[in-house]
Ligand binder design. Structure first.
Ligand SMILES: Nc1ncnc2c1ncn2[C@@H]1O[C@H](COP(=O)(O)OP(=O)(O)OP(=O)(O)O)[C@@H](O)[C@H]1O
Ligand SMILES: [Mg+2]
Length: 477
């Protein structure tokens, strides 16, 4: 019901009332006129006919005028009363109708307001998500499209209708077949319509990627009437997915190249170490022996301090060579099928007894893991190096966690510290022989770990952040 209709309706009502009022007034005037005329013409004759006595006639003639006024007043009263009664009843009805109309108009305004609000919300949501909707009227092949659908098409026009042929012509040639057959299958077999295609925008000719889904509406006889569909512009999503994939591929490539370089470096150093290690150790053993011998002599007693310093330094050099030797690629490993968990349990008292990690706590969380071929001595060395690094990264009172568990079929050893994490530039170089950030470090600890891990066909993953670092060693089953 719109405002025009209401004003036409009330105009008509009022003009009807006016006509009726005229009719009623004319009727009253006419009746008054006729009764007056009849009175004038007939009253004297009637008197003469009814009354023979001339004195009475004269008397009645005097009263006749009053009598006429009385009768006509009575008649006019009755006529006006009935007419006014009708007018008042009609006015009451009109007022009632008016009140109902007012309520209805208010309700209509409210409904219109709510509708407009929800339309604008829908529009906003469509704009934000780049999602438009469309309806195809099968009877006339016209497509109604929402504002956002028009934006996706790159069309600016007032009418929300477009011919189906035109909409189909916006789809990139290579994808038209796909879209046509999807629509055909939807209409003929009510098959799921869920496709992605490229669209060429009308305004700038750019290509957009579209995801479209649709369903059919049938009439009571099962004949398709309408197709209701939704289109979403997924160009940005597709682009980001592509970029993420590229980035992941590049990162993986870089990581692999880095790993290869590290392994090559390790094996080269290992080969050199194996070659010269023994040659250095033998003369060193001789020197150490003579130092010990001379140090025990009476005449050199004042140099005792210097002798033991030299011996300590030789021992330190020897331990470096020992570690260095373990980098050799073709070092013989003694693999025996055993449990990683048991190896950790075995070395744990040694770790705790070690003065290096006093004032730090170590927690064990050891799940049962499958047994695999392991070189016990090497795994001891691996755990020790990781635990030492972790403990050196922590402040006094810190807690370290050593875990064993199964993950996707892998047997995992995790050493977690609560230090400050590792800076990216350190992370990048870690494992390179002789790379260290410590004053007394040799930078061989992790290099040894990597070579042990390589000999066990395992790998090391590192997770690091401001709350600490975890080294995961994953052994394949
Ligand atoms: N858990 C860790 N937290 C923080 N930094 C670490 C951790 N583990 C290793 N690093 C860093 O990696 C570097 C190399 O470690 P690596 O064990 O190879 O040598 P190092 O500990 O310096 O010397 P050493 O030969 O005595 O072990 C360390 O100097 C340190 O900067
Ligand atoms: Mg170390």
């Amino acid at each position: 019901m719109n405002n025009n209709f209401i004003s036409n309706y009330s105009d008509k009502l009022f003009s009807n009332i006016e006509i009726n009022a005229k009719k009623q007034s004319l009727r009253i005037a006419f009746i008054n006129f006729i009764v007056g005329c009849l009175w004038i013409l007939l009253s004297d004759k009637l008197l003469e006919f009814l009354i023979k006595d001339s004195a009475t006639i004269t008397f009645v003639s005097i009263l006749k005028g009053w009598f006429y006024v009385l009768i006509t007043s009575l008649i006019i009263f009755l006529l006006v009363f009935t007419a006014l009664k009708k007018v008042i009843a009609a006015t009451g009805l009109l007022q009632k109708t008016n009140a109902i109309l007012e309520v209805k108009i208010k309700e209509q305004h409210k409904a219109e307001y709510i509708l407009k609000e929800s339309e604008s919300r829908l529009n906003m949501a469509q704009e934000l998500t780049h999602t438009g909707n469309w309806e195809l009227d099968i009877t006339n092949s016209k497509v109604w499209a929402s504002g956002e659908a028009f934006r996706i098409y790159g069309i600016n026009q007032k009418s929300p209708y477009l011919p189906l042929d035109f909409v189909q012509s916006l789809i990139k040639k290579e994808d038209r077949g796909k879209s046509d057959s999807a629509l055909k299958l939807l209409l003929e077999n009510n098959e799921k319509y869920d496709i992605e295609y490229s669209l060429i925008r009308v305004d700038d000719g750019h290509e957009s990627m579209i995801h479209s889904i649709a369903k059919v509406e049938f009439d009571e006889n099962g004949i398709p009437q309408k197709v209701l569909g939704v289109i979403q512009d997924i160009t940005m999503r597709k682009l980001s997915e592509k970029k993420i994939k590229q980035y992941e591929e590049e990162t993986l490539k870089n990581k692999m190249e880095h790993e290869m370089a590290r392994l090559q470096g390790l094996s080269l150093i290992g080969e050199v170490a194996a070659g010269i290690g023994h040659e250095i150790r033998n003369p060193m053993t001789t020197v150490r022996g003579y130092l010990q011998l001379l140090g025990s002599k009476e005449e050199f007693s004042m140099y005792n301090g210097q002798f033991s310093l030299m011996i300590d330094e030789l021992d330190r050099a020897n331990s470096i060579i020992t570690e260095f030797l373990s980098l050799a690629k073709d070092r013989v490993v003694e693999l025996k099928v055993q449990s990683l968990k048991e190896i950790v349990e075995h070395i744990f008292p040694l770790i705790q007894a070690d003065g290096l990690i006093s004032d730090k706590y170590i927690q064990l969380e050891l799940d049962e893991v499958e047994e695999i071929p392991l070189d016990k001595k090497e795994i001891h060395q691996l755990i020790l190096n990781l635990v030492l690094n972790g403990s050196q990264a922590m402040s006094p009172g810190g807690t370290m966690k050593i875990r064993t568990f199964m993950d996707k079929g892998d047997i995992v050893l995790a050493v977690q510290d609560d230090g400050k994490g590792i800076a990216p530039e350190v992370l990048e170089k870690m494992g390179t022989p002789f790379f260290t950030t410590k004053d007394n470090g040799t930078g061989l600890g992790l290099a040894v770990c990597y070579s042990i891990v390589a000999r066990h066909n395992a790998k090391i993953d590192i997770e690091t952040g401001l709350t600490g670092t975890t080294f995961f060693v994953r052994f394949k089953n």
